[in-house]
Ligand binder design. Structure first.
Ligand code: AMP
Length: 595
């Protein structure tokens, strides 16, 4: 019976070309050289143009010794230069390591030390902030880039130049939060990501010339399909300006202007987007892909109020577009972006939207603690196997062995990935997400190990003890809160928050730091989470300087409304009051409306 369960849900074997992403991208250029590959800030670049620029840079990289199994870090803002850089690394046979130029130096240092790249490709912004570890930084935009690359040809690369690149070689390394206090780099192979992209084309059929929005920061793996799916299919990448991904108003405008047909949102951002005045703005839209965190039924419902669906129950949403479809995709970075998918429907199922069934060449197991399959309806741990499994964590064999374990259902010694997600099968073979079996959380779509944040907070010289937890004191507003015991009175919460902000990406910085005399413990000595007090956000009491002019009054009112506080003074700090980037976009939207 148990074997039958495994076989029944896992019949996904499909033939996918045994080719590298680099080879497939080059084959596409040969087929549609004149099609528009990239639109960015009003300029267009054809496939041939993009390819020529990438070839030149790839030759430079080859001369520097880049090739299969070597890594190249890329520290650039979103734009056409960034796209060229990623293509060049792949063409040279290397794997790219995205490094967001906005990250704090310590985090960059940890990433670059672990990845040990041959060099860092940077633009003026990425180079300007300095690389905290000894590794060559090469500026490839502006006059410096022209001088550097001038001597290299831009014709197609020959096999003799590049050497043999295999599907098993890594295509990219992406860092994600690590519970031990240090981010970990996931190395994904060409075979894995090619399977994912070929599946996506079979599922959603992108046409030559169709337009896909690229807005996900390249350090997150959704960006991989946003970039390379269109570039494999002769479609056009509409590249959002740096920072633009956080601004729903800008995105709506861009989607209308550039007639975007396909876009992605994490559910919390989709919710913010749907709150924009969207009447008629998305005339070309036909597909919205959601992933990254659980998709609430209410958001699905709201989506089909704004956009007409297709098939049974299709409505007449005001957002424009003809038959816009919404899909819920699921997958950790460790399995080449996504491994299951579900088509949302108007009048959906309520509760959390299911995550559906596996993609090509992927097996999913729902197992109990003895690694035995559980029947439909029973919660279990989700394990994944198949071609999309990453090679592991770069330079972290122990960590790799913990998560990529032997697959007891494979006769050929394969591995399976232990996701840490809890799921169940429905009677008709759909997966439903239930939650996590560990501490890992998603906050606004960002994957965070509170243990990593805790390690950073505990490293503050004034902190004796620290605990970091995710709390949802206001429904729908999940925030990280740090609780600390300090060595000497007078170490301020704000100083500790500042310390964390210098070391962690914005989304990992605790919204509040609460100083306690001691951390509460249960009778067996464990942290008593339920006894941790809700944070009191500083200010918001109206005690500070009040508004004096009409504009100040309107602005203070908008701040208070968005933050859910009774009063906000003129000198109050939005972020110290519990504000975060997504709330900031809501604030901007609100200010636009009222002024
Ligand atoms: P990341 O590696 O950042 O893609 O995060 C992967 C984790 O995000 C998964 O292990 C899940 O916990 C969560 N996740 C991703 N997609 C979904 C989804 N559609 N529904 C529920 N959780 C999701």
């Amino acid at each position: 019976e148990r074997q039958r369960i495994v076989e029944r849900w896992n019949d996904t074997a499909t033939e996918v070309p045994a080719a590298t992403l680099a080879a497939l991208l080059e084959a596409r250029v040969a087929r549609t050289p004149d099609a528009v590959a990239v639109v960015f800030e009003g300029s267009e670049f054809s496939y041939a143009e993009l390819d020529a620029r990438a070839n030149r840079l790839a030759r430079f990289l080859l001369a520097e010794g880049v090739g299969p199994e070597s890594l190249v870090a890329v520290s650039m803002e979103r734009g056409v230069e960034m796209v060229v850089a990623l293509l060049a690394v792949l063409k040279a046979g290397g794997a790219y390591v995205p490094v967001d130029p906005g990250l704090p130096g310590e985090r960059v240092a940890a990433m670059v030390e672990d990845a040990a790249p041959v060099l860092v490709l940077a633009d003026g912004v990425g180079a300007g902030r300095g690389m905290p570890v000894a590794v060559p930084v090469v500026i490839v935009d502006g006059p410096e880039g022209v001088g550097l690359l001038g001597g290299f040809g831009d014709g197609p690369l020959s096999v003799s130049e590049r050497g043999v690149l295999l599907p098993e070689h890594p295509a990219y390394v992406m860092f994600t939060s690590g519970s031990t206090g240090r981010p970990k780099g996931v190395a994904v192979s060409h075979a894995g990501i090619v399977n994912r992209l070929v599946w996506m084309q079979a599922a959603f059929g992108l046409a030559v010339g169709e337009r896909v929005l690229h807005k996900t920061p390249f350090g997150f793996d959704v960006s991989v399909w946003e970039l390379f799916w269109p570039l494999l299919e002769g479609a056009t990448l509409v590249v959002a300006r740096p920072g633009g991904h956080m601004d729903p108003g800008y995105l709506a405008g861009l989607m209308r202007r550039e007639r975007v047909g396909v876009t992605h949102f994490v559910p919390s951002m989709l919710q913010a987007f749907l709150a924009e005045p969207l009447a008629g703005v998305c005339s070309a839209l036909r597909l919205v892909v959601c992933s990254g965190e659980a998709l609430p039924g209410e958001v699905e419902e709201r989506f089909f109020k704004v956009f007409p669906g297709t098939g049974v129950g299709a409505g007449t949403g005001v957002g424009g577009g003809v038959g816009v479809e919404l899909y819920n995709l699921y997958g950790p970075t460790e399995v080449s972006v996504d491994v299951t998918w579900w088509r949302c429907r108007p009048g959906g199922v309520g509760g959390l939207v299911p995550i559906g069934v596996p993609v090509f060449n992927t097996r999913v197991f729902v197992l109990d603690e003895w690694l035995r399959p559980v029947p439909a309806g029973v919660g279990g741990d989700l394990y994944l196997a198949g071609v999309q499994l990453a090679r592991g964590y770069v330079g972290r064999a122990g960590l790799t062995a913990e998560r990529f374990v032997a697959d007891p259902f494979s006769a050929s010694g394969e591995r399976m990935y232990r996701t840490g997600d809890r799921v169940r099968w429905t009677a008709d073979g759909q997966l439903v997400f239930l939650g996590r079996s560990d501490e890992q959380v998603k906050i606004r779509g960002f994957r965070i190990e509170p243990g990593e944040v805790q390690a950073v907070v505990a490293a503050h010289p004034g902190v004796v003890q620290a605990a970091v937890v995710a709390r949802e004191d206001t429904p729908g507003e999940r925030r990280l809160v740090a609780y600390v015991v300090v060595a000497v009175d007078g170490v301020l919460s704000e100083a500790i928050r500042g310390f964390a902000a210098e070391r962690l990406p914005e989304y990992m910085v605790p919204s509040a730091v609460v100083v306690l005399d001691a951390l509460p413990v249960t009778t067996n000595g464990k942290l008593d989470r339920r006894a941790l007090p809700a944070p009191q956000y500083a200010g918001g009491t109206g005690a500070g300087r009040g508004p004096a002019t009409f504009h100040e009054e309107v602005l203070c009112g908008a701040f208070a409304q968005v933050l859910g506080l009774p009063n906000v003074g003129v000198d109050d700090d939005f972020f110290a009051l519990g504000g975060h980037s997504l709330l900031a976009t809501r604030l901007v939207s609100r200010i636009r409306t009222v002024l």
